[in-house]
Design a protein around this ligand. Sequence first.
Ligand code: ZN
Length: 230
Amino acid sequence: MKWNFIGKGSAFYPPYGNTGAYMLCKKSLYLLDCGEMAFDFLYHHIDLDAVDHVYVILTHLHADHVGSLGTLISYFYCLHKKRINVIHPEDTVVRLLALEGLETDAYCYSTQLGENEAGLRAAPVKVRHVDNMECYGYLLSDGEETIYYSGDACELPEGIREMLLTGELARLYHDTSTHDSPNPSHCFYGKLEAAIPPEYRSRVYCMHLDSPCEELLKEKGFRIAGESEV
Ligand SMILES: [Zn+2]
Protein backbone atom coordinates (compact mmCIF):
# COMPACT_ATOMS: atom_id res chain seq x y z
CA MET A 1 0.00 0.00 0.00
CA LYS A 2 1.76 3.13 -1.21
CA TRP A 3 0.48 6.45 0.10
CA ASN A 4 2.01 9.58 -1.39
CA PHE A 5 2.24 12.46 1.03
CA ILE A 6 0.72 15.78 0.04
CA GLY A 7 2.51 17.41 2.97
CA LYS A 8 3.99 16.60 6.35
CA GLY A 9 3.51 19.90 8.18
CA SER A 10 1.43 21.21 11.06
CA ALA A 11 -1.17 23.93 10.60
CA PHE A 12 1.26 26.63 11.77
CA TYR A 13 4.21 25.44 9.68
CA PRO A 14 3.06 25.88 6.07
CA PRO A 15 6.52 25.29 4.48
CA TYR A 16 5.87 21.55 4.87
CA GLY A 17 2.32 21.69 3.48
CA ASN A 18 -0.78 20.21 5.10
CA THR A 19 -0.32 16.70 6.43
CA GLY A 20 -2.31 14.36 4.21
CA ALA A 21 -1.76 11.65 1.63
CA TYR A 22 -3.17 10.26 -1.59
CA MET A 23 -3.16 6.93 -3.38
CA LEU A 24 -4.20 6.28 -6.96
CA CYS A 25 -5.56 2.87 -7.97
CA LYS A 26 -6.54 2.67 -11.62
CA LYS A 27 -9.04 5.53 -11.96
CA SER A 28 -9.79 5.85 -8.26
CA LEU A 29 -8.23 8.48 -6.05
CA TYR A 30 -8.03 7.92 -2.30
CA LEU A 31 -7.27 10.80 0.04
CA LEU A 32 -6.42 10.96 3.72
CA ASP A 33 -7.71 14.43 4.64
CA CYS A 34 -7.99 17.43 2.32
CA GLY A 35 -6.46 20.44 4.05
CA GLU A 36 -6.48 24.03 2.87
CA MET A 37 -3.40 23.47 0.65
CA ALA A 38 -4.42 20.01 -0.66
CA PHE A 39 -6.53 20.97 -3.68
CA ASP A 40 -3.75 23.13 -5.08
CA PHE A 41 -1.29 20.24 -4.64
CA LEU A 42 -3.63 17.70 -6.26
CA TYR A 43 -4.43 20.05 -9.15
CA HIS A 44 -0.74 20.31 -9.96
CA HIS A 45 0.31 16.69 -9.34
CA ILE A 46 -2.57 14.52 -10.54
CA ASP A 47 -4.57 14.40 -13.74
CA LEU A 48 -7.85 14.98 -11.93
CA ASP A 49 -9.79 14.88 -15.20
CA ALA A 50 -8.79 11.21 -15.62
CA VAL A 51 -10.12 10.24 -12.19
CA ASP A 52 -13.49 8.44 -12.03
CA HIS A 53 -13.94 7.90 -8.29
CA VAL A 54 -12.68 9.88 -5.31
CA TYR A 55 -12.75 8.75 -1.67
CA VAL A 56 -11.81 11.34 0.96
CA ILE A 57 -11.25 9.74 4.37
CA LEU A 58 -11.31 12.44 7.05
CA THR A 59 -9.61 12.36 10.44
CA HIS A 60 -11.21 15.55 11.82
CA LEU A 61 -12.49 18.96 10.80
CA HIS A 62 -9.63 21.39 11.48
CA ALA A 63 -8.94 23.59 8.47
CA ASP A 64 -5.53 22.07 7.76
CA HIS A 65 -7.38 18.75 7.28
CA VAL A 66 -10.60 19.77 5.49
CA GLY A 67 -9.93 23.33 4.28
CA SER A 68 -10.11 22.60 0.54
CA LEU A 69 -12.60 19.73 0.66
CA GLY A 70 -15.42 22.00 -0.51
CA THR A 71 -13.41 23.08 -3.54
CA LEU A 72 -12.55 19.47 -4.41
CA ILE A 73 -16.24 18.51 -4.21
CA SER A 74 -17.25 21.48 -6.36
CA TYR A 75 -14.51 20.78 -8.92
CA PHE A 76 -15.74 17.24 -9.56
CA TYR A 77 -19.43 18.12 -9.33
CA CYS A 78 -19.43 21.28 -11.41
CA LEU A 79 -16.84 20.32 -14.04
CA HIS A 80 -17.43 16.56 -14.32
CA LYS A 81 -20.90 15.93 -12.83
CA LYS A 82 -19.27 13.45 -10.45
CA ARG A 83 -20.06 13.12 -6.74
CA ILE A 84 -17.00 12.32 -4.70
CA ASN A 85 -17.22 10.19 -1.56
CA VAL A 86 -16.64 11.83 1.82
CA ILE A 87 -16.01 9.41 4.66
CA HIS A 88 -16.05 10.45 8.32
CA PRO A 89 -17.58 8.74 11.37
CA GLU A 90 -19.21 12.05 12.47
CA ASP A 91 -21.86 13.73 10.31
CA THR A 92 -20.63 17.13 11.52
CA VAL A 93 -18.86 17.31 8.15
CA VAL A 94 -22.27 17.45 6.44
CA ARG A 95 -23.15 20.56 8.49
CA LEU A 96 -19.79 22.14 7.72
CA LEU A 97 -20.21 21.58 3.98
CA ALA A 98 -23.83 22.82 4.08
CA LEU A 99 -22.56 26.13 5.49
CA GLU A 100 -20.22 26.24 2.49
CA GLY A 101 -23.22 25.85 0.18
CA LEU A 102 -22.70 22.16 -0.56
CA GLU A 103 -25.60 19.78 -0.02
CA THR A 104 -25.40 16.01 -0.37
CA ASP A 105 -26.61 16.15 -3.96
CA ALA A 106 -23.05 17.32 -4.77
CA TYR A 107 -21.21 14.55 -2.92
CA CYS A 108 -21.83 11.19 -1.19
CA TYR A 109 -21.41 11.13 2.56
CA SER A 110 -20.76 7.86 4.43
CA THR A 111 -19.72 7.09 7.98
CA GLN A 112 -17.45 4.35 6.67
CA LEU A 113 -15.56 3.42 3.53
CA GLY A 114 -17.61 1.01 1.44
CA GLU A 115 -16.64 -1.35 -1.39
CA ASN A 116 -13.98 0.17 -3.61
CA GLU A 117 -11.67 -0.68 -6.49
CA ALA A 118 -8.51 -0.95 -4.38
CA GLY A 119 -10.16 -3.24 -1.83
CA LEU A 120 -9.09 -0.69 0.78
CA ARG A 121 -10.52 -0.97 4.27
CA ALA A 122 -10.40 1.92 6.71
CA ALA A 123 -11.29 1.22 10.34
CA PRO A 124 -11.60 4.40 12.43
CA VAL A 125 -9.81 4.59 15.78
CA LYS A 126 -10.88 7.34 18.20
CA VAL A 127 -7.90 9.46 19.23
CA ARG A 128 -7.33 12.31 21.70
CA HIS A 129 -6.57 15.62 19.99
CA VAL A 130 -8.80 18.49 21.19
CA ASP A 131 -11.66 18.56 23.69
CA ASN A 132 -14.28 20.09 21.41
CA MET A 133 -14.12 17.66 18.48
CA GLU A 134 -14.20 13.91 17.91
CA CYS A 135 -11.01 12.94 16.06
CA TYR A 136 -9.98 9.69 14.43
CA GLY A 137 -6.97 7.78 13.25
CA TYR A 138 -7.42 4.88 10.82
CA LEU A 139 -6.24 1.33 10.47
CA LEU A 140 -5.87 0.95 6.71
CA SER A 141 -5.72 -2.48 5.11
CA ASP A 142 -5.51 -3.60 1.50
CA GLY A 143 -5.58 -7.34 2.12
CA GLU A 144 -1.79 -7.56 2.04
CA GLU A 145 -0.78 -5.25 4.87
CA THR A 146 -2.20 -3.01 7.56
CA ILE A 147 -0.90 0.42 8.48
CA TYR A 148 -2.02 2.98 11.05
CA TYR A 149 -2.49 6.67 10.28
CA SER A 150 -3.01 8.78 13.40
CA GLY A 151 -4.43 12.01 12.03
CA ASP A 152 -3.87 14.61 14.75
CA ALA A 153 -3.45 12.88 18.10
CA CYS A 154 -1.68 13.73 21.34
CA GLU A 155 -0.97 10.11 22.19
CA LEU A 156 -0.52 6.69 20.62
CA PRO A 157 -3.41 4.39 21.59
CA GLU A 158 -2.18 1.37 23.54
CA GLY A 159 -3.89 -1.10 21.19
CA ILE A 160 -2.10 0.41 18.20
CA ARG A 161 1.25 0.27 20.02
CA GLU A 162 0.67 -3.43 20.67
CA MET A 163 -0.12 -4.04 17.00
CA LEU A 164 3.19 -2.44 16.06
CA LEU A 165 5.15 -4.50 18.56
CA THR A 166 3.48 -7.78 17.55
CA GLY A 167 4.16 -7.13 13.86
CA GLU A 168 0.49 -6.75 12.89
CA LEU A 169 1.27 -3.27 11.58
CA ALA A 170 3.57 -2.86 8.61
CA ARG A 171 3.98 0.85 9.28
CA LEU A 172 2.71 3.51 11.64
CA TYR A 173 2.29 7.19 10.69
CA HIS A 174 2.00 9.46 13.70
CA ASP A 175 1.47 13.10 14.61
CA THR A 176 4.79 14.24 16.11
CA SER A 177 5.45 17.50 17.93
CA THR A 178 8.62 19.07 19.30
CA HIS A 179 6.64 20.79 22.08
CA ASP A 180 6.03 19.10 25.41
CA SER A 181 2.88 20.79 26.68
CA PRO A 182 1.00 20.03 29.93
CA ASN A 183 -2.25 20.09 27.94
CA PRO A 184 -1.16 18.71 24.59
CA SER A 185 -3.13 18.44 21.36
CA HIS A 186 -0.22 16.88 19.45
CA CYS A 187 2.17 14.07 20.35
CA PHE A 188 5.52 15.14 21.81
CA TYR A 189 8.27 12.99 20.27
CA GLY A 190 9.44 12.03 23.77
CA LYS A 191 6.14 10.17 24.23
CA LEU A 192 6.79 8.15 21.09
CA GLU A 193 10.33 7.43 22.30
CA ALA A 194 8.98 6.19 25.63
CA ALA A 195 6.33 4.01 23.96
CA ILE A 196 8.33 2.51 21.08
CA PRO A 197 11.62 0.67 21.64
CA PRO A 198 14.39 1.67 19.19
CA GLU A 199 14.25 -1.58 17.21
CA TYR A 200 10.66 -0.82 16.12
CA ARG A 201 11.14 2.82 15.16
CA SER A 202 12.16 2.16 11.54
CA ARG A 203 8.48 1.35 10.91
CA VAL A 204 7.30 4.60 12.53
CA TYR A 205 6.89 7.65 10.28
CA CYS A 206 6.58 11.08 11.87
CA MET A 207 4.19 13.63 10.35
CA HIS A 208 2.47 16.95 11.17
CA LEU A 209 5.92 18.42 11.90
CA ASP A 210 5.92 21.85 13.54
CA SER A 211 9.51 22.77 12.60
CA PRO A 212 12.47 21.41 10.61
CA CYS A 213 13.06 18.63 13.15
CA GLU A 214 13.80 15.73 10.79
CA GLU A 215 17.40 15.22 11.90
CA LEU A 216 16.42 15.11 15.56
CA LEU A 217 13.74 12.50 14.85
CA LYS A 218 16.02 10.42 12.61
CA GLU A 219 18.69 10.39 15.32
CA LYS A 220 16.07 8.76 17.55
CA GLY A 221 15.53 6.10 14.88
CA PHE A 222 12.21 7.35 13.49
CA ARG A 223 11.44 8.01 9.84
CA ILE A 224 9.73 10.97 8.23
CA ALA A 225 6.42 10.74 6.32
CA GLY A 226 6.95 11.12 2.60
CA GLU A 227 10.45 9.69 2.62
CA SER A 228 10.94 6.35 0.92
CA GLU A 229 9.39 3.43 2.76
CA VAL A 230 11.06 0.16 3.73
ZN1 ZN B 1 -6.12 19.19 14.30
